[in-house]
Design a protein around this ligand. Structure first.
Ligand SMILES: [Mn+2]
Length: 246
């Protein structure tokens, strides 16, 4: 596995390793049951994929602590059966692998504090470690000027790039490395296998951190523990235009 670091945070598949923490984002546990309620019949397949994947990541990169960077579960207004069982099991799983577990509040987490209390975990708006400030990324903190860390790590966006081959468009999960105001910014992919995410080249951004000019930002695709450097957003758009791939 290539050793690629974004401002000192090492890419380990869909996780980042920063200052002795592994960071994963946007698990959306319970997503399948939420889809079932909407009439979309998907089986509940995600949980074993997530735990196996995280075990592999942890095997490759030992870490004392883990940070869940928001959207631990999916439903806004309730805790579904699937969410109760999977979140409690997942916290047990984390306790078996890590000495410290940090939960960060995402926009899908209004009720996650109930799960945190039940399992004895703390929830944070944002978490500082070394030179990194980890936050979900659904809003820019109001006291931006008081932030001392050099690098901000966010999730929320579920970034992917759409790669066209013939009629098919495949979305590949990716990291983004850029600058936001006076800070370094890293956008993480989702640790979630129900949906790939949104195509940053063609879809409207979700996060306010991505609403400005991101042409200069660098794209790092991840696929099965491989990391692929795609260059800058602007170059990818230019390439796709030139080869009529949009
Ligand atoms: Mn979110």
């Amino acid at each position: 596995m290539a050793n690629i670091s974004l401002y000192g945070a090492r890419i380990v598949d869909l996780a980042l390793f920063a200052n002795d923490y592994l960071i994963i984002s946007d698990l959306h546990l319970g997503y399948e049951e939420a889809l079932n309620y909407q009439g979309v019949m998907v089986p509940k397949f995600q949980y074993p994929l997530l735990t196996n994947r995280l075990e592999e990541v942890h095997f490759l990169q030992k870490a004392e602590g883990i940070i869940i960077n928001g959207d631990f579960k999916h439903e806004f207004g309730k805790i579904s059966r699937q969410e109760w069982s999977e979140t409690l099991n997942f916290v047990d799983f984390l306790k078996n692998h890590f000495q410290e577990i940090i939960l960060i509040q995402g926009n899908h987490d209004p009720l996650t504090p109930i799960i945190a209390r039940k399992t004895g975990l703390e929830m944070y708006k944002q978490y500082s470690t070394g030179n990194f400030l980890v936050m979900h990324g659904d809003q820019v903190p109001p006291k931006w000027d008081e932030i001392e860390e050099e690098t901000i790590i966010i999730g929320h966006e579920h970034p992917t790039i759409g790669l066209r081959s013939g009629e098919r468009v495949e979305k590949m999960k990716c990291y983004l490395k850029g600058r936001f105001q006076d800070k370094n910014l890293v956008v993480m992919p989702s640790f979630n296998f129900v949906s790939e995410g949104s195509d940053i080249l063609h879809e409207k951004p979700l996060s306010p951190f991505l609403k400005g000019d991101i042409n200069d930002w660098e794209v790092y695709g991840v696929e099965d523990f491989e990391t692929l450097c795609f260059g800058r957003v602007e170059d990818l758009l230019e390439f796709q235009k030139r080869y009529n791939m949009i």
